[in-house]
Design a protein around this ligand. Structure first.
Ligand SMILES: Cc1cc2nc3c(=O)[nH]c(=O)nc-3n(C[C@H](O)[C@H](O)[C@H](O)COP(=O)(O)OP(=O)(O)OC[C@H]3O[C@@H](n4cnc5c(N)ncnc54)[C@H](O)[C@@H]3O)c2cc1C
Length: 184
C-alpha cells in the first residue's frame, strides 16, 4: 500500500543528463522518495560510439558532484586523466583548420575535479572522455536497454509511455532526457 503512494518517475534517455538525474534522485531519497525507471533506445552501453572529449566547466563539476554519490565520484578520474602533453590541455583552445592554436585563454590551475569544483569565479574547464564518463555514470544504474520511446499519453492519473517494442509503462512524472528529435 505504502509502495503505491511513492510516485514513479520515468527518465527517457540514458545519456549524461539522464544518468546524472537518476543518481541525483536516488541520492536524495531521504528528502523525497521516488521509484525511478530509466529507458534507453540503444541496445547496450557499447551500441553507439559516444564521441571524444567533453569540456567539464567548474560550474558543471559542482553540479555533477552534487548529483552523484561518492562511490561514483570516486571513479571520475577514470574519465578525466591527466592531459597528454602537447596534445591535450585542460581548458578551452581555439585552433585553425590545421590545428594551429589561435586562442588559448588562461585558466586557473587545478589538480582534479574536486579542485575544479572549488573555483567559484570565471570559467575553467577540464577535458573529459565522454565515453568513459558515461561508463562511470552507468554504474549501479538499472538501465532498460532497447527501449525506444515513441509517444506518451497524459491522463488524470499520470502518464502512459509507449515504446517501439509495443510495451507501455505508467508513471507520475516523465522526463525527456533524449535530446534532439525527442518525442517528449
Ligand atoms: C562532438 C560533440 C562535442 C560536444 N562537446 C561538448 C562539450 O564540450 N561540452 C558540453 O557541455 N556539451 C558538449 N556536447 C554536447 C553534449 O553532447 C551534451 O552536453 C551531452 O551529451 C548532453 O547529454 P544528454 O544526456 O542531454 O544527451 P545524450 O548524452 O546524447 O543522451 C541522450 C540519450 O537519449 C537516448 N535517446 C534518444 N532518443 C530516445 C528515445 N526516443 N527513446 C529512448 N532513448 C532515446 C540516446 O540514445 C542517448 O543515449 C558535445 C556534443 C558533440 C556531438
Amino acid at each position: 500500500m505504502q509502495q503505491d503512494k511513492i510516485p514513479t518517475i520515468i527518465i527517457v534517455g540514458a545519456g549524461l543528463g539522464g544518468l546524472s538525474l537518476y543518481h541525483a534522485l536516488i541520492k536524495n531519497k531521504d528528502k523525497k522518495e521516488f521509484n525511478v525507471k530509466i529507458f534507453e533506445r540503444e541496445s547496450s552501453p557499447t551500441d553507439r560510439w559516444q564521441g571524444y572529449h567533453i569540456g567539464l566547466s567548474n560550474y558543471g563539476a559542482q553540479s555533477l558532484l552534487n548529483c552523484i554519490p561518492s562511490s561514483i565520484a570516486a571513479n571520475l578520474p577514470k574519465a578525466m586523466p591527466n592531459p597528454v602533453p602537447d596534445v591535450e590541455t585542460h581548458g578551452i583552445i581555439i585552433t585553425d583548420q590545421v590545428g594551429n592554436v589561435l586562442l588559448a585563454p588562461p585558466t586557473k590551475p587545478f589538480k582534479d575535479v574536486y579542485d575544479l569544483a572549488k573555483i567559484s569565479r570565471g570559467l575553467s574547464s577540464m577535458i573529459t572522455y565522454r565515453d568513459r564518463l558515461r561508463d562511470v555514470l552507468l554504474e549501479d544504474v538499472p538501465v532498460q536497454w532497447n527501449k525506444k520511446c515513441i509517444e506518451y499519453l497524459e491522463t488524470k492519473e499520470g502518464v502512459w509511455v509507449s515504446f517501439e517494442d509495443g510495451t507501455q509503462e505508467f508513471c507520475n512524472i516523465l522526463v525527456g532526457a533524449d535530446r534532439i528529435n525527442s518525442p517528449i
